[in-house]
Ligand binder design. Structure first.
Ligand code: PBG
Length: 331
């Protein structure tokens, strides 16, 4: 008789003996409904430009963005997160362009809500794409000033809500911004617009390709006086609890894969929906290794998505959203 040499009480391998049993006992599943596609938008209606450091990821003109959004919604992805690439000529130290009702992002929100009304449109609230300094807040004498920045963020949020955003997502890491933005939205009548707070956003080196995509790298210094120190996890709990108290509807940890411990920790202290952002550097590393033929991209991406959910995330912002959803939809 094969394998009867010992009377083992536990044989965990029984629960792995066929694909069907493995499906039955699987603890974590990823579905297209868990995914949010971050999209880069630019001027030029039908334009579509590949981002050099992010293969297969594009900047879209507004019309092209609408076509892409329709496609990904049909694949079962419920939401997009928009990031505009603003022309240098429109940038200034106060991010004035961010509240322009006819600005690129506002037009894109409007077009998306007309063409695919059920698609959830999430917008980024931070000054960097619009700022000549490339920082998320106002720079005065080399310092990022907090409270004055809140005014700009609030106006930006209201402009996005007015254009039709379903969820505004402050990614700036200024203190007190969630409460400040909530109040501004409510006073303007946008009580139904949600806030997804980038609560635990780290000063990470994994954002490099994103800054290439938007040409939004800081002109001087770094973001370490506002984004979190990569070494801290107790501080992530503090940031999450503050944002919950200030009225966030959903909270986020960012980046995702190098911070699974943070996702698991903050999962335990809030019942709010928890998002994780699988950021540009995480994307580009996988793409580069796959292009070298060193890894199996689809299998690795599936494993990464599952790991982020297993850690405790309810939803994942990922540049892989379309390919993951397409793979899940395959019979
Ligand atoms: C800017 C912002 C950044 C990302 C999302 N919003 C970059 C930064 O903070 O410098 C990074 C996303 C990514 O790398 O995919 N507020």
């Amino acid at each position: 008789m094969r394998d009867a040499m010992f009377n083992l009480i536990s044989r965990p391998r029984r629960n792995r003996k066929s694909a069907a049993i493995r499906r039955l006992v699987r603890e974590t599943t990823v579905t297209p409904s868990d995914l949010i596609l971050p999209m880069f938008v630019m001027e030029g209606d039908d334009a579509k430009e590949e981002i050099p450091s992010m293969p297969d990821c594009f900047r879209f003109g507004v019309k092209a963005a609408v076509r892409e959004a329709r496609e990904i919604f049909d694949l079962g992805i419920p939401a997009v997160a928009l990031f505009p690439k603003i022309d240098d000529s429109r940038k200034d130290s106060m991010a004035t362009e961010s509240t322009n009702p006819d600005g690129l992002l506002q037009r894109c929100i409007q077009e998306l809500k007309i063409a695919v009304p059920e698609l959830v449109v999430i917008t980024d609230v931070a000054m960097d794409p619009y700022s000549s300094d490339g920082h998320d807040g106002i720079v005065e004498n080399g310092e990022i000033v907090n409270d004055k920045t809140l005014q700009v963020l609030a106006s930006m949020s209201v402009a996005q809500a007015k254009a039709g955003a379903d969820i505004v997502a402050p990614s700036d890491m200024m203190d007190g911004r969630i409460g400040f933005i909530r109040k501004a939205l409510d006073e303007s009548g946008y009580t139904q617009v949600s806030i997804l707070a980038y609560s635990a956003k780290y000063a990470s080196s994994f954002y490099g390709p994103f800054r290439d995509a938007l040409d939004s790298a800081p002109q001087g210094g770094d973001k370490k006086t506002y984004q979190m120190d990569t070494a801290n996890v107790r501080e992530a709990e503090r940031e999450i609890l503050l944002d919950v108290a200030e009225g966030a509807d959903m909270v986020m940890v960012k980046p995702a894969l190098p911070y699974l411990d943070v996702i698991a920790r903050v999962r335990r202290i809030t019942n709010l929906p928890l998002a994780a952002y699988n950021v540009s550097g995480e994307y580009s590393m996988i793409k580069a290794a796959a292009q070298m033929g060193w890894i199996d991209e689809d299998a690795i991406v599936q494993e990464v998505m599952t790991s982020i959910k297993r850690a405790g995330a309810d939803m994942i912002l990922t540049y892989f959203a379309k390919s993951v959803a397409a793979a899940l939809n395959r019979p």
